[in-house]
Design a protein around this ligand. Structure first.
Ligand SMILES: Nc1nc2c(ncn2[C@@H]2O[C@H](COP(=O)(O)OP(=O)(O)OP(=O)(O)O)[C@@H](O)[C@H]2O)c(=O)[nH]1
Ligand SMILES: [Mg+2]
Ligand SMILES: [Zn+2]
Length: 336
């Protein structure tokens, strides 16, 4: 890849990485049992297929890697220490400390890493499939608990009539009010892509949202070399190139990385505490603890600060409903 100017943020990141790498070397990683492994080097996990990791070295070459068993689950975006075992293969021997990790509960309810070292998450919506506020609310709580920036992207602008656009924009107004920008895009006509590019510049961002909203299409529109890259990755794995089945990281031409994820129908809250939930609903947080009864359930109790705020238009009714629903779910999952 052509050299590019590094942003301050990237320089800081590289410096942190190098410090950590030195620390690791100081601690002396255990020697590898099998002979013929190359020297330890840093790499970036750009995709993860079952047991196989695709690791990119500092010269942008891809390697199919297995991970040492004691490492736990790795994720796209992980910085790793690895050793080559062949021209296109290697072994990951260590994970560099993560600055953030997004997880989702797996079928056993155990947290499964989705992506590591994120700075931002963009929730992609479209007129079709119909947006789900409940899904958006869950993503936003997760984004807030991760401490990363959040953005809403309404894609497929080209198929929206002016009245339909007005209705959807109005529905998204509560989010804009609590500080989540709404960008309007079309990966088909390239409308809004320069704004999206500007927002993504210099950050590691994740695209999430329902299946079919156009996450992969947006990436394709942002990255002229995506097809080449996809082919390089799919060659390694034998996976198809059209349906998104696993998270994959792409480098943006202007600096920054973008992670595509498979679409979801629902998004269960991962390792979120009740405190995270309260902080994540920034429109509701200021009213908590201001009800007449300290154990107010915010249903039909008199002088409920939350319901009064809804009456006065300070909290959207649907947001309160969503908050109460998620709170009940978290309490049921974690009694006591
Ligand atoms: N009209 C229109 N169609 C779009 C736009 N972006 C994507 N599409 C279409 O929407 C469909 C789904 O697009 P994808 O990019 O595969 O959606 P995705 O979000 O990556 O879906 P998953 O990988 O299943 O999560 C495709 O048929 C695209 O051609 C757009 O801006 N306008
Ligand atoms: Mg996709
Ligand atoms: Zn109340």
């Amino acid at each position: 890849m052509a050299s590019r100017r590094l942003t301050q943020h990237q320089q800081d990141r590289i410096q942190r990485q190098q410090e950590r790498r030195r620390d690791r070397a100081d601690q002396r990683l255990e020697p590898v049992d099998s002979a013929g492994l190359g020297s330890e080097q840093t790499g970036l996990v750009i995709a993860h297929y079952g047991q196989t990791l695709i690791v990119e070295d500092s010269a942008s070459r891809l390697y199919r890697c297995a991970a040492r068993q004691n490492l736990g689950r790795l994720a796209c975006g992980d910085q790793v220490i690895w050793q080559a075992s062949g021209a296109e293969d290697g072994v990951v021997v260590a994970i560099v400390e993560r600055r953030s990790l997004l997880t989702r509960p797996d079928y056993n309810g155990q947290p499964r890493p989705v992506a590591a070292n994120l700075d931002a998450v963009a929730v992609v919506l479209a007129p079709e499939p119909e947006p789900s506020e409940s899904l958006i609310d869950r993503y936003l709580v997760t984004i807030s608990a991760l401490g990363v920036r959040g953005l809403l992207v309404l894609n497929k602008l080209d198929v929206l009539s002016a009245p339909a656009l007005a209705i959807l924009t109005k529905r998204m107004e509560p989010y804009r009010r609590i500080g989540y920008p709404l960008l309007l895009t079309s990966s088909r006509t390239a409308q809004g892509l320069s704004e999206l590019r500007a927002w993504l510049r210099g950050r590691v961002s994740l695209l999430v949202g329902q299946s079919g909203v156009g996450k992969s299409s947006l990436i394709k529109a942002l990255l002229p070399d995506r097809e080449i890259r996809i082919q390089a990755v799919s060659q390694f794995t034998g996976h198809g190139v059209h349906t998104t089945t696993t998270s994959t990281l792409y480098h943006l031409p202007d600096g920054g990385d973008l992670v595509d994820t498979p679409g979801v129908r629902s998004f269960e809250l991962g390792e979120i505490s009740l405190g995270d939930l309260d902080r994540g609903f920034v429109d509701i947080a200021p009213y908590l603890g201001r009800c007449r009864f300290s154990d107010c359930r915010h249903q039909s109790e008199p002088e409920c600060a939350l319901r009064e705020a809804v009456t006065h238009g300070e909290i959207a009714a649907r947001r309160l409903e969503s908050y109460l629903q998620l709170r009940a779910m978290l309490k049921a999952a974690r009694p006591g």
